[in-house]
Write a protein that binds this ligand. Structure first.
Ligand code: PEP
Ligand code: MN
Length: 359
């Protein structure tokens, strides 16, 4: 896929900060929409978001105002100059978004999982030069995310971008949707010019850690943020726990550190080069040590084969893990980290011994 014009559009905006898309989870009333939009004029936000068709997990919740809310967004643009963006989930929504001249269209996580729905939307949008952003599918499937982007690209939509909103997981975690940063990083590696916006609101599910997740996104070179914003978050009709006020958004963007993409100062560059050399030597030492360790493991395997002894000696393994976790903690390394590394070393060792015992 060739470079997307959305990245050129972003450059042309000449923002001295990352792109900020903000606005309520749902467009509730005309007054609510306009009130928030006017408050956002005092922040770094340049694009106003609002959901008008809301995909709710369970029925019986507010499902959006639908078409009725589209003129409210037109008013937002007229009164504030902010660009507008909404989520579309089918061809009819897409046609209405075009009809009301919404600037940016996004496809939600629950729609990206469905190639039929994405194709239908792509066909409805064919020929548009609007920006289309594709949220990741709710499940951690990079190919499905790419597939949706490709369907839009295939009908000639050039202004494409992605939104990372985290992935749902059965296991309870501290996130509403776990970020699994490696997945958007892989997307970036596959399509280096495709801008990716991070949506910390749906990743966190609660407002307290939005700053922290936004900072991680910027450190990973995401091009922008989409943050749910409401003048009265606690009384929002959807996603109340994760919304923040426009004034909180202002403090967050002020606190965010935008680090340089590469090192420019000569002095830092020299220091970095020398430290990187040190890392290279240490990495080589690590590999040498792992190889040496594996030689010993294989010798143990030979002894086990001769003595007809089972490979896994549970109490010995428990001993090893306890000792290394202790040593690691004394050196400031977390037990989770040490356990992960040693479990993986142990797995590789079992495979080597297995080959020897069964040869
Ligand atoms: C939203 O942005 O309000 C929304 C419904 O998001 P997602 O598709 O990421 O769940
Ligand atoms: Mn929401």
């Amino acid at each position: 896929m060739e470079s997307t014009n959305f990245s050129t559009w972003l450059k042309d905006m000449e923002l001295n900060h990352p792109l900020v898309i903000a606005g309520p989870c749902s467009a509730e009333t005309e007054e609510q929409v306009l009130n928030i939009a006017h408050q956002l004029k005092e922040t770094d936000a340049t694009i106003f978001r609002a959901g008008i068709w809301k995909p709710r997990t369970r029925p019986g919740n507010f499902e959006g105002n639908g078409v009725k809310a589209l003129p409210w967004l037109v008013k937002v643009k007229e009164e504030t100059g902010l660009l507008t963006t909404i989520e579309v989930a089918n061809a009819q929504h897409a046609k209405l978004a075009l009809e009301f001249d919404i600037d940016i269209i996004w496809i939600g996580a629950r729609t990206t999982v469905n190639p039929f729905a994405v194709q239908e939307i792509a066909d409805a949008l064919q020929g548009t030069d609007k920006i289309v952003l594709v949220k990741n599918p709710i499940n951690p499937d990079l190919e499905l995310w790419i597939g949706a982007i490709e369907r839009l690209h295939a009908v000639g939509i050039k202004n494409l971008g992605a939104i990372h909103r985290g992935f749902s997981s059965f296991k309870k975690t501290k996130y509403r949707n776990t970020p699994q940063w490696q997945i958007p990083i892989d997307l970036k590696n596959r399509f280096p010019t495709l801008p990716i916006i991070c949506d910390p609101s749906h990743i966190c599910g609660e407002r307290e850690r939005i700053l922290e997740v936004s900072q991680t996104a910027l450190d990973l070179k995401f091009e922008g943020l989409m943050i749910e914003t409401h003048f009265d978050p606690d009384n929002a009709w959807s996603d109340a726990k994760q919304q923040i006020t426009p004034s909180r958004l202002k403090t967050i963007t002020e606190e965010l550190k935008v680090r340089k993409g590469r090192v420019v100062e000569k002095d830092s560059l020299k220091k970095l080069t020398s430290l990187r050399k040190e890392i290279n030597v240490l990495d080589k030492n690590l590999i040498d040590l792992l190889t040496e360790r594996m030689d010993v493991v294989e010798n143990i395997g030979r002894v086990k084969k001769d003595g007809n002894v089972a490979i896994l000696q549970r109490s010995r393994w428990q001993d090893v893990i306890n000792k290394v976790v202790d040593m690691g903690e004394q050196n400031g390394l977390s037990s989770e980290f040490i356990e992960k590394i040693f479990k993986s070393i142990h797995q590789e060792s079992i495979e080597h011994q297995n080959r020897i015992v069964n040869s």
